[in-house]
Ligand binder design. Structure first.
Ligand SMILES: [Zn+2]
Length: 177
């Protein structure tokens, strides 16, 4: 989806929710929606604050938190807590989804694991009616795996060079003797 289309559909979704629930339509809310539409990663409220600052838009922190929870209510966003910190991410279109989250860079990717999804959808829980579900799998995305591999290789190479260097020094020292 293009950025503009994305923004329009999010704005429309929020509009509908705001009208149905008689909330106020404020321009600040739409600035926040646009930032959310532009991001594909998991984010926290601080990220939104920073993006607003970058654009030179002044919105109080209270409004940011407020709008984010409104977007959670409107099912535009999902809220997660990871290690005591609150994170938000775009809600998927389907009721059940498998979401892969990179713990290094926060990149979010959805998986269409239909086997897993159908297992979860068929599961009934006692005295509980399921509305929607999320299966979150944490790990490293391919670019972070590559970056890690490169860093390890580089560290190994440096260690090797250092070893060679000290060997050379030792040899030249021996020669001097
Ligand atoms: Zn990553």
């Amino acid at each position: 989806m293009s950025d503009e289309k994305n923004k329009d559909s999010l704005r429309a979704k929020l509009n509908q929710y705001i009208e149905e629930n008689k909330h106020r339509k404020t321009p600040e809310r739409y600035f926040i929606v646009d930032i959310v539409a532009e991001t594909t990663k998991r984010f926290d409220a601080e990220f939104i604050n920073n993006e607003l600052d970058k654009k030179g838009i002044r919105v109080s922190r209270g409004t940011v938190y407020n709008t984010l929870s409104l977007m959670v209510e409107a099912q535009i966003l999902r809220e997660h807590e990871i290690e005591g910190k609150k994170f938000f991410e775009r809600a998927p279109l389907s009721q059940t989804y498998v979401r892969l989250i990179c713990t290094q860079c926060g990149k979010v990717k959805d998986s269409k694991d239909s086997d897993l999804i159908s297992v979860v959808n068929s599961r009934k829980f006692g005295r509980f009616s399921t509305s929607y579900s999320t299966i979150i799998i944490y790990g490293l995305c391919s670019s972070c795996v590559n970056a890690k591999r490169k860093a390890t290789l580089k560290a190994k190479l440096i260690a090797k060079e250092n070893k060679l260097e000290s060997k050379k020094k030792l040899l030249s020292n021996n020669k001097k003797k």
